[in-house]
Design a protein around this ligand. Structure first.
Ligand code: ZN
Length: 410
C-alpha cells in the first residue's frame, strides 16, 4: 500500500536521476519511502496535509553508491602518500610487504577501516561493496547505517591451492558473500565454483577484471609482467591454460561467469566485442578512476560502455591505491579524464549505476516513488545556474563537497 506523505522536502533544484532535473521541486515522503517527486505546487495540491520543509540554496539528490572498496586496507594509506613510480606488480609487492609489517586485521587496521566507513556515510554514500580477506567487512556491515555488502575474497592460482580453497568455500555459511579476486590470481575452477555459489544465493559476484593490460597478455599468450610476478612468488605451476580466450571478458564469459549479478571492477582493457558480450549478458561494470590514475593502468572506455547501454557504477577502491576515498572526487576525476561524457551521466553512475550493480536498484539510486527516502541536501552554486550548470556543479565539486542528508531508514 502506498504510504500517505507526511512531509514534502522542497528545494530550488531536485535531481531525480531517472528523469529531468526539476526547478522548484519537491519530494513527498511517507513512512520512510518516496511517494512522489514533482514541482512543489503540484505536490502541495496533491498532499495538502503534508508538512513542507524548505531547503533554500540547495539541491536534493539521491544518496551515492560506492561500487568497490577494500575498507580493511585503509591502514595502508602510506602506499599512496607519494606518487607511484613503479609497475603494477611492484605496487602489489609493496602492498603485501606493508600488510605483513602492519598486520591484516589488528586494532590499527580496524580503527582505520571504521573511520573510512564513517566518512563514506558522512559524504553521502548509502551503500558500498566492500571486498576483504578478513572478517572485518562483516563487523563493519553491522555498524554501517546504510547497506555495506561485505564480500569475502578468494584467490589462489596454482592447482595445488585449489582443493583447500574449495573445501574452505564449502564451509562458508550462506549469509557470507564470496567473490573471486581476479582472473590472473584465481584458479578458473575456483572462480566457477564461487560464481555457482553466488548465483544460487543471489549474491553479487565482484571480480577485478582487466585492470592491468598484462592480464590480457597472460590470458592470450601465457606471458608478460603478471606471469613473471606469479612465477617469482612461486605460484606459477604451468597449470594455467593460455590461448583459449581473447581477453579478460572473453575469459570470464568462456568460464560461464558473466550474468546480471557479475560486477566487473575496473574493466579498462576491454575490446568492442567484449563490451557487446557484457551488454548481452547484462553484466555490470564498476569504474575506479582515482585508483586507475594513481596506479597508471589506463582509463576505461567509458563512452563506449554508454554506447552499449551499460551504465557503470563508480568505486573508490582502497586507500592503498587511491590517495582519497570520495565518490565526489571519483566523479570529478572521471569528468577530467572524459570531457566527452555528460555530467548527468556521470552523476547517474555514482547513484543509479551503483545501486543496480549492487542489486539495490529497487531501493536506492534515483528519486522515484517506492524507493527509500534517502536524500542528500547539497549546497547549490552561489550564482544563478541552469539545470546543466547544476549537474556540472555536482560532478566537478570534488571531495570538498559536504552534503547534509535526510535520515536514512532502510
Ligand atoms: Zn579493488
Amino acid at each position: 500500500m502506498t504510504p500517505v506523505p507526511t512531509c514534502i522536502h522542497a528545494a530550488p533544484w531536485v535531481v531525480p536521476v531517472c528523469s529531468p532535473i526539476i526547478a522548484e521541486g519537491g519530494v513527498a515522503v511517507g513512512d520512510g519511502r518516496i511517494v512522489a517527486v514533482d514541482v512543489l505546487p503540484r505536490l502541495q495540491q496533491l498532499y495538502p496535509q503534508a508538512e513542507v520543509r524548505m531547503y533554500p540554496g540547495s539541491i536534493l539528490t539521491p544518496a551515492l553508491v560506492n561500487g568497490h572498496t577494500h575498507l580493511e586496507l585503509s591502514h595502508l594509506a602510506a602506499l599512496t602518500a607519494t606518487a607511484m613510480t613503479d609497475r603494477f606488480t611492484d605496487w602489489i609487492s609493496r602492498l603485501l610487504q606493508l600488510r605483513e609489517i602492519l598486520g591484516a586485521d589488528g586494532e590499527p587496521a580496524w580503527q582505520a577501516a571504521r573511520l573510512v566507513a564513517d566518512r563514506q556515510y558522512q559524504s553521502g554514500v548509502s551503500a558500498l561493496c566492500d571486498i576483504g580477506n578478513t572478517s572485518m567487512g562483516g563487523r563493519l556491515a553491522d555498524l554501517f547505517p546504510g547497506y555495506l555488502l561485505a564480500c569475502k575474497e578468494y584467490l589462489g592460482l596454482a592447482a595445488w591451492t585449489l582443493e583447500k580453497n574449495l573445501t574452505r568455500l564449502g564451509l562458508e555459511p550462506p549469509q557470507v558473500r564470496c567473490c573471486g579476486h581476479a582472473p590472473y590470481s584465481t584458479h578458473p575452477r575456483l572462480l566457477q565454483r564461487l560464481k555457482e555459489r553466488a548465483r544460487a544465493l543471489e549474491h553479487v559476484f565482484s571480480i577485478h577484471t582487466a585492470e592491468p593490460a598484462a592480464e590480457a597478455d597472460m590470458i592470450r599468450e601465457g606471458r608478460g609482467e603478471l606471469v613473471d610476478f606469479i612465477r617469482q612468488r612461486g605460484f606459477w605451476d604451468n597449470s594455467f591454460v593460455s590461448g583459449q580466450s581473447d581477453g579478460s571478458i572473453h575469459y570470464l564469459y568462456d568460464l560461464g561467469l558473466l550474468d546480471e549479478q557479475t560486477l566487473c571492477v575496473h574493466a579498462i582493457h576491454v575490446t568492442e566485442e567484449e563490451m557487446r558480450i557484457m551488454a548481452g549478458e547484462g553484466s555490470k561494470v564498476c569504474l575506479c578512476s582515482g585508483s586507475n590514475r594513481f596506479l597508471g593502468v589506463g582509463t576505461a572506455p567509458v563512452a563506449r560502455y554508454l554506447d552499449h547501454g551499460i551504465l557503470p557504477a563508480l568505486g573508490t577502491d582502497s586507500l592503498a591505491s587511491n590517495p582519497e576515498l570520495s565518490l565526489w572526487r571519483e566523479m570529478s576525476i572521471l569528468a577530467e579524464d572524459h570531457p566527452e561524457i555528460e555530467a548527468a551521466e556521470i552523476f547517474a553512475m555514482a547513484t543509479l549505476g551503483g545501486a543496480e550493480a549492487l542489486g539495490l536498484g529497487r531501493v536506492l539510486g534515483t528519486l522515484e516513488a517506492g524507493k527509500a527516502a534517502d536524500l542528500l541536501i547539497v549546497p547549490s552554486p552561489p550564482s544563478p545556474v541552469d539545470p546543466k550548470g547544476i549537474m556540472t556543479h555536482l560532478v566537478t565539486a570534488g571531495p570538498a563537497m559536504s552534503p547534509d542528508r535526510i535520515a536514512f531508514r532502510g
